[in-house]
Design a protein around this ligand. Structure first.
Ligand code: 5AD
Ligand code: SF4
Length: 425
């Protein structure tokens, strides 16, 4: 997910600004920071086994630190289980990393940064960005929803929106640096509430970002259905720089399961949001997240999720087997579903979506899209990039240097997962 990747960039930015230099491999590093994410996997176990490998490095005088969700979740327990670790820091405290490192360098063996409520979270001007054309920008941190399966409210703390003027200033700087696409990030990005006197709504912020000179594409993710309002669709209709793609996680097609998940909407209410998006003048592509095998999900519950795919005709889905996470309400729920059964349900879901995508993609053959070129294949004259609706197209072109450029591509073929084409004359 972009958020975790973005976190590593933030950390790298903070360190670079303090005179640290990035090296190719952990072997040649004098400081190893292990960034972790626990949203879906049993990450903690993996982290501890990986940390075992780092033990040797500490004997060689290296500083070992753990960052991210697992750091936040396990806290000081990490020092007990892996005493060679000397720094544990959650994502809200990255700004303090240089100070925390100074403490470690001064010989302190157990340094922590575990606050979740610091208002300094966003002040990371030095963020280093990996994709040279798309800039990621967090506009809201944390989450005030309370989905029963989700560890995020615990690891990332309550929702905090960043000031609109600071966001727009950063977008301006990014555009000056040559970025033409920005992706606004947040766990519930559309719950954004401008804390300043300007009081911008999320849709107004989108339009203001698009107005910054040099910006050609604005994306945003992840939207929460309950906060998805008509003005967002109106903004996309009014301003073509706003990408016509909405990622709107549904999680389940069964109202009963949604209630157990504490998702704050029913199947019907979700479908009303879909109807709102479909009523736009521009076709807006829609993607989603789905969890199968939530405790108590019946065969009927699964059928309702499958029929939701038929009803919505998503352009893409991310699907997951339910995984019990620490500190979540659903951890204590009975009616657990076996791993085997979860796998069966996941396969059914993915097969259904494959059929839908095969059909949808086939219908696109012959159409022409503008794409931002972001990849070059090892094969000669082969490139790839995204359409504004976030479809990937692999295409051929005789032009020599296309990376970072916008070109028109005609679709000549399709598979369930991608499109192929050639540059249009
Ligand atoms: N088990 C499985 N999937 C999960 N997700 C979040 N928590 C869990 C969990 N405990 C999925 C949701 C969310 C996406 C980012 O990860 O679908 O939208
Ligand atoms: Fe987790 Fe729900 Fe918040 Fe998304 S909205 S981060 S799933 S609690």
């Amino acid at each position: 997910m972009p958020d975790e990747r973005h976190d590593s960039e933030k950390v790298a930015g903070v360190l670079l600004s303090r005179g640290y230099r990035q090296v190719e491999s952990p072997e040649s590093a004098s400081l190893v920071l292990y960034n972790t994410c626990s949203i879906r996997e049993k990450a903690a176990q993996k982290v501890f086994s990986r940390l075992g490998e780092f033990r040797v490095k500490q004997n060689e005088g290296r500083i070992i630190g753990v960052l991210g969700c697992v750091a936040q979740q396990e806290g000081e327990d990490i020092f007990e289980r892996a005493p060679w670790v000397s720094l544990v820091c959650g994502s809200a405290s990255y700004r303090k990393l240089p100070e925390l490192l100074a403490q470690v360098e001064a010989g302190n063996q157990r340094v922590t940064g575990l606050d979740t409520d610091t208002d300094e979270t966003f002040e990371t001007e030095m963020t280093r960005r990996d994709n040279p054309w798309r800039a990621y920008l967090t506009i809201i941190e944390g989450c005030d929803k309370a989905c029963s399966y989700c560890v995020v409210p615990y690891t990332r703390g309550p929702e905090r929106s960043r000031a609109s003027d600071a966001i727009l200033r950063e977008v301006r700087q990014l555009a000056e640096l040559g970025y033409s696409e920005v992706q606004l990030l947040g766990q519930t990005v559309n719950s954004y509430k401008d804390p300043t006197a300007r009081g911008m709504r999320f849709s107004e912020l989108l339009l203001a970002v698009a107005d910054e000179p040099g910006i050609r594409r604005v994306r945003f993710t992840t939207s929460h259905p309950s906060d998805f309002t008509r003005d967002i669709v109106d903004a996309i209709d009014a301003q073509t720089k706003l990408c016509n793609h909405v990622h709107l996680p549904v999680q389940s097609g069964s109202t009963r399961v949604l209630r157990a998940m504490q998702r704050t909407y029913s199947r019907e209410e979700y479908l009303e949001k879909i109807a709102l998006i479909r009523s736009a003048m521009r076709p807006i592509s829609i993607t989603t997240d789905i969890i199968v095998g939530f405790p108590g999900e019946t065969e009927e519950g699964l059928r309702e999720t499958l029929s939701l795919l038929d009803a919505v005709q998503y352009d893409g889905i991310f699907s997951f087997k339910y995984s019990p996470r620490p500190h979540t309400p659903s951890l204590a729920m009975s009616d657990a579903i076996s791993e085997e059964e979860k796998s069966r349900r996941l396969a059914m879901l993915q097969e259904k979506q494959r059929e839908i995508q095969t059909r949808k993609h086939a219908a696109l053959v012959g159409e022409t899209f503008e794409i931002l070129v972001s990849g070059k294949s090892r094969r000669e004259n082969q490139w790839s990039g995204h359409t504004t609706c976030h479809r990937v197209i692999n295409f051929s072109s005789q032009e020599p240097a296309l990376l970072g450029k916008y070109v028109r591509v005609q679709v000549t073929g399709a598979t369930p997962n991608c499109l192929v084409g050639e540059q249009a004359p």
